[in-house]
Ligand binder design. Structure first.
Ligand SMILES: *Cc1c(COP(=O)(O)O)cnc(C)c1O
Length: 258
């Protein structure tokens, strides 16, 4: 049997279940549900599922591929504005659609794609080099805007993962902090792929430590307050270790590639 995208009622159940699991993990780390933001990663989702999850109240969406991002952001914007126009006639009490949706770029970003990606996103999680930061800064300067970014750290040391090495983090944050049109908001990491979520704990603990070091030294300023770590397999461990943003795809939308 070919796997299908989860339908609306399955999606709602998954959405509620994941939210409960986030709340429980937040409680275990002495925090509340609202202290941890969920980015719904849409790379496995159909356009219908994206609309459905937004109607359930999901305001943060993430994409890892440039082409999907540049298609999906305008599609959803169009859907939401049409919906707003019609809202007078059909507004329903149970409709939880947020006023504004925020898009997150979570995948590897090549310097020659900055122009395509930057206009569509509110936060870029995957800045992993000074050269990419400089390209983003040039772009933002020309438009006289400020772009929020996270620095992706390769804490696990796997050669296949992008991200900068932990000892280079402080210096990169310092460099980026001098760029008037970039705002370093925090760190992002990915744990090694594993069946056992506990295997991710050392990676998350080390990244949280780095994050706190930068905060303590007040390098990144007050706005340096985002720690993005944890995916379907390991988000509860990530929250226990201090994540305040988790990026979740399969647990919401099912296993199927869009
Ligand atoms: C795909 C992806 C996710 C979500 O992964 P799931 O295992 O589906 O939850 C999170 N972060 C990044 C960077 C991704 O590429």
């Amino acid at each position: 049997m070919t796997p299908q995208h989860a339908g609306p009622s399955q999606l709602k159940d998954a959405f509620l279940a994941v939210n409960d699991r986030i709340a429980d993990a937040a409680a275990r780390s002495g925090r509340k549900r609202e202290d941890v933001a969920m980015v719904a990663v849409t790379k496995y989702a159909s356009p219908d599922q994206i609309r459905s999850i937004v109607e359930l109240g999901q305001a943060d969406l993430g994409e890892s591929r440039v082409q999907q991002l540049t298609q999906r952001v305008p599609q959803l914007t169009e859907f939401l504005s049409r919906k707003k126009t019609l809202a007078g006639a059909s507004a329903r009490a149970e409709d939880a659609t947020p006023d504004k949706v925020r898009w997150h770029m979570i995948g590897q970003l090549q310097r020659n794609k900055v122009k395509q990606v930057a206009p569509h996103v509110d936060l870029i999680h995957s800045v992993d080099s000074l050269r990419l930061a400089e390209e983003l800064h040039n772009y933002a300067s020309r438009l006289d805007i400020v772009i929020d970014i996270l620095i992706q750290v390769n804490t696990s040391g796997e050669a296949s993962k992008s991200g900068i090495a932990p000892p280079a983090v402080t210096h990169l944050v310092e460099s980026i902090d001098t760029m008037m049109h970039l705002r370093p908001r925090g760190l992002m990491t990915m744990a090694p792929l594993s069946e056992d979520p506990e295997d991710a704990r050392p990676t998350f603990a080390r990244t949280a430590e780095l994050f706190n070091d930068v905060k303590t030294e007040a390098i990144g300023g007050d706005h340096f307050n985002v720690l993005s770590m944890g995916m379907t397999n390991d988000f509860e461990v990530a929250i226990e270790e201090g994540a305040n943003v988790v990026r979740i795809g399969r647990a919401l939308f099912g296993e199927t590639e869009a």
